[in-house]
Ligand binder design. Structure first.
Ligand code: SF4
Length: 373
């Protein structure tokens, strides 16, 4: 028996029956709302945030700046290895600004993408020259600094200074695409604009915009991972369209692969009787710009012959001792290492001890060649 019959039976019997109200059609579920998502991310991040050396309370603006530059295109574990030593050697923007570029590059060793080290150095100098040594607080001011793009400006403004700014990296794009069940291409410029709009709405709905910004990144890094997201541990699972529709493994759509070109690098190891090796400095522009290396013959199309290598080394003889490959985002670099006898130094090639070489800025493959794996 229905509730209406119980409460007023006479009325039901004596009056004409009104047509039943149409049942609401279930329709598509409501889209995820920032007002409910933002607090869920904030609560989850407060409980699940990893303990990382730059996550101090309160956040230190300079340490946060260094960590953001280091984390671009580099795994967290590798940054953890290098972060403390870097900020111990350059503890403030003023200390970094006053340092010599080679010192900065040497301290950056192992992190790769050395252009970021130069930009961080230039950034510190701009902070000293234009902002009295203090990291500026707004996204607009931050963006005017060398090396600071939209993502880094938004991350610093929100995480360090509590501004409702979006910070959209690859992890955040993946989370948002799945959350909304969107099949937009992950690497299309329009997708970044779409994701920035959604991240901004979340930041504006948050009590703590920094916790939402960093929480979304953390969620992408630890839960909503590329291969198999751990949806059962996700604070957004009740609202997630991809989870509901079973599309978590097909969203985001695969990236269009960048074309990878080959490069042949033949490096000369020539040690004199005092144990010093020949080294040279690369041109400032281009791959590994300004770093030091064993004298290296580079060819894009084919591996040089032993005669080519001997002529390049200006040596009496050369003997191949090692080969390995090194992948970058756009290149497959095939290294071959040659022991040379009687190679000559010159205006660009100088001799340095291994202890001196360890203090120079070196790419990872050249560190392996000159100092061993
Ligand atoms: S529910 Fe799953 S797919 Fe959706 S955002 Fe969370 S982890 Fe990602």
């Amino acid at each position: 028996m229905g509730h209406r019959d119980q409460s007023n039976p006479g009325s039901a019997r004596n009056t004409p029956r009104a047509p039943a109200a149409p049942r609401p059609h279930p329709g598509p579920p409501a889209p995820p709302e920032p007002e409910s998502l933002a607090p869920a991310v904030e609560r989850w991040f407060a409980a699940a945030a990893r303990d990382l050396p730059w996550r101090t309370h309160p956040r230190d603006p300079y340490r946060s700046l260094v960590s953001e530059l280091m984390l671009q295109q580099t795994q967290v574990a590798r940054v953890i290895d290098r972060f403390d030593a870097f900020v111990a050697r350059f503890p403030t923007a003023r200390a970094l600004a006053a340092a010599d570029e080679q010192e900065v590059l040497a301290e950056w060793s192992g992190l790769g993408y050395y252009r970021r080290a130069r930009l961080l150095h230039a950034c510190a100098r701009a902070i000293v020259a234009d902002h009295a040594g203090r990291v500026p607080t707004t996204a607009a001011e931050l963006r005017s600094l060398p090396g600071i793009g939209a993502y880094t400006a938004g991350a610093l403004a929100s995480i360090v200074f509590g501004k409702p700014e979006p910070a959209v990296d690859g992890n955040v794009i993946r989370v948002l695409l799945r959350l909304h069940g969107s099949e937009l291409a992950q690497d299309a410029p329009a997708t970044r604009t779409w994701a920035t709009d959604h991240a901004r709405a979340l930041a504006e709905a948050a009590d703590d915009p920094g916790a939402v910004a960093e929480g979304l990144m953390e969620l992408g890094a630890t839960v909503c991972t590329p291969g198999a997201p751990k949806c059962d541990a996700c604070p957004l699972r009740a609202s997630c369209v991809a989870r509901r529709e079973g599309t978590t493994t097909t969203i985001p759509a695969p990236k269009t692969r960048a074309k990878v070109s080959a490069l042949f690098c033949d490096s000369i190891l020539d040690e004199d009787t005092r144990g010093r090796l020949l080294v040279e400095r690369r041109p400032t522009a281009g791959m590994w710009g300004g770093l030091w290396q064993a004298p290296t013959l580079e060819q894009p199309d084919r591996a040089p012959t032993a005669a080519d290598v001997r002529a390049f080394a200006r040596a009496r003889s050369v003997e191949r001792v090692e080969s390995f490959e090194h992948k970058t985002s756009h290149r497959l670099v095939r290294f071959r290492v040659w022991h040379a006898t009687g190679a000559r130094a010159g205006s660009l090639r100088v001799r340095r001890s291994r202890a001196q070489i360890a203090e120079l800025g070196l790419s990872n493959p050249q560190r392996r060649i000159l100092l061993g794996p």
